[in-house]
Ligand binder design. Structure first.
Ligand code: ADP
Ligand code: ASP
Ligand code: MG
Length: 439
């Protein structure tokens, strides 16, 4: 069995859905289990709709979402009533939000779920139309149970056995909603933006898939985001570790959590292009032979908050770092990049949740500075540590391009160099480094 996950871009309109169904059909001998995202752009629209409704607005957005799905069905010559029930249910929820004049993470998750719930039905119907027996499933119907961390949920242990049992007994191609599950109490949860990749990896791990295929709109994992560097190259093979670093530090092509379930079971992951299905894509493997190109990819992540904590008044006092991290623990906040010196600690966060409270608590133990709109740039490649020149080359390139570096960190694993620049310099930093390392 293989997992075939199709992102929003692969099912962005009727033609693309036709293309996706054809790709599934041509892999039918491998027993595909299909996971889908919402139609491209729909999750953003649903979030906007939910938030606007709490302010009594949003009628146009609901009409627009409905129209996009009905038009796709019409073009594909499928039964237009296929999504009627979903649209009716969504309207009811939206009316309730309008009446209550408020929305919370729990309700927002149920609003967001409609994207995948509708796209899975459409893809399954298209598959049946071309002669592939398929059935759409909401992930929870197959036993995908999560905790109740709405917007960032994690599967419960029993999910794996549930999925294994329920998927293996099917005699049709399942088309499963990515991105979501339900709590034990039956509340809908989502796994975080871009989370369909994670669903694919979790489901792949549950059924011991032979391979997890992530189908997207580019030729695989590339040496940089092709939207920033037009001549970025496709990387043939990366290790699990490299892939997890580069997805964590901004390569949106793969959700950072995707790798772990695959690593645990040693299931190969392949990133493939739905618009170039004959391409080899990128294979993510446990171990990769070291080639000539040590630097694999250069990534950037924007909207980063940089926190400087100056601990002079704590100089020599033990327990300072413990107290510092207690604050982050208290707010369940993970720090992404960190760098320390005798008297100061610099850290980055990728969102503002609880920022004010965190800063207030930190001020109780040290002087604190907060800088917003920063970007993390990350150079990834196994074996970098053995090439001392990499550090020198990186920062002389950055300096030559008049980009100011605000913090540097070299991960203990020796497979990345990470540094912080101003947000406005993110693209030029990626471009000049790519030019330097991919001459
Ligand atoms: P999907 O809809 O298939 O989930 P995403 O938009 O989430 O697709 O991810 C694909 C996009 O990731 C590409 O279009 C590309 O612009 C972006 N991207 C960022 N960094 C990289 C990288 N290093 N390699 C490939 N794509 C990247
Ligand atoms: N549809 C969800 C999103 O846009 C999940 C995904 O695409 O992976 O975030
Ligand atoms: Mg994605």
């Amino acid at each position: 069995m293989i997992i075939m996950k199709f992102g929003g871009s692969s099912i962005g309109n009727a033609d693309r859905i036709t293309n996706t169904a054809d790709i599934v059909k041509s892999n039918i001998d491998k027993k595909p289990v299909v996971i889908v995202s919402a139609v491209e752009g729909i999750t953003d629209k649903l979030i906007e709709l939910g938030n606007a409704s709490a302010e009594g607005k949003g009628n146009d957005s609901l009409d627009n979402i409905n129209k996009i799905h009905y038009e796709i069905l019409e073009k594909l010559e499928l039964d237009k009533s296929l999504v009627d029930k979903n649209i009716g249910e969504l309207s009811t929820i939206i009316n309730k939000i309008k009446n209550d004049k408020k929305i919370d993470n729990k309700i927002l998750d149920s609003v967001q779920s409609f994207g995948e719930r509708m796209s899975s039905k459409i893809v399954a119907a298209q598959l049946n139309k071309i002669g592939v027996k398929a059935l759409a499933f909401n992930a929870w119907d197959l036993g995908f149970i999560t905790d109740s961390d709405f917007g960032n949920a994690e599967p419960l242990k029993e999910t794996f056995a549930n999925l294994n049992k329920n998927i293996k007994k099917l005699s049709v191609v399942p088309v499963i909603t990515g991105f979501m599950g339900k709590t034990e109490d039956g509340e809908i949860t989502t796994l975080g933006r871009g989370g369909s990749d994670y669903s694919a990896a979790l489901i792949g791990s549950a059924i011991d898939a032979d391979e997890i295929q992530i189908w997207t709109d580019v030729d695989g994992i590339m040496s940089a985001d092709p939207k920033i560097v037009s001549n970025a190259k496709t990387i043939e093979r990366v290790s699990f570790e490299e892939a997890s670093e580069l997805s964590f530090f901004g390569a949106k092509v793969l959700h950072p959590k995707t790798i772990l379930p695959a690593v645990k079971k040693n299931i190969p992951v392949r990133v493939l292009n739905a618009f170039n299905p004959k391409g080899n894509g990128t294979s993510i493997l446990n171990k990769v032979e070291r080639g000539e190109q040590i630097i694999k990819s250069i990534t950037s992540k924007k909207n980063i908050i940089l926190i400087h904590v100056d601990s002079k008044r704590m100089l020599g006092a033990y327990g300072f770092l413990a107290r510092l991290f207690d604050v982050f623990y208290k707010y369940k906040k993970s720090v992404d990049v960190i760098s320390t010196s005798e008297v100061s600690v610099s850290m980055t966060l990728d969102n503002e949740k609880n920022l004010n409270d965190i800063v207030l608590d930190l001020k109780g133990i040290a002087d604190v500075g907060v800088l917003k709109n920063k970007a993390v740039i990350c150079i990834v490649g196994e074996g970098m540590r053995s090439i001392p020149r990499v550090l020198g080359k990186t920062f002389s390139t950055i300096g030559r391009n008049n980009i100011n570096v605000e913090m540097v960190s070299q991960g203990a694993s020796g497979i990345n160099i990470t540094f912080v620049v101003d947000g406005k310099d993110a693209e030029s930093a990626v471009k000049c480094l790519h030019e330097e390392y991919y001459k």
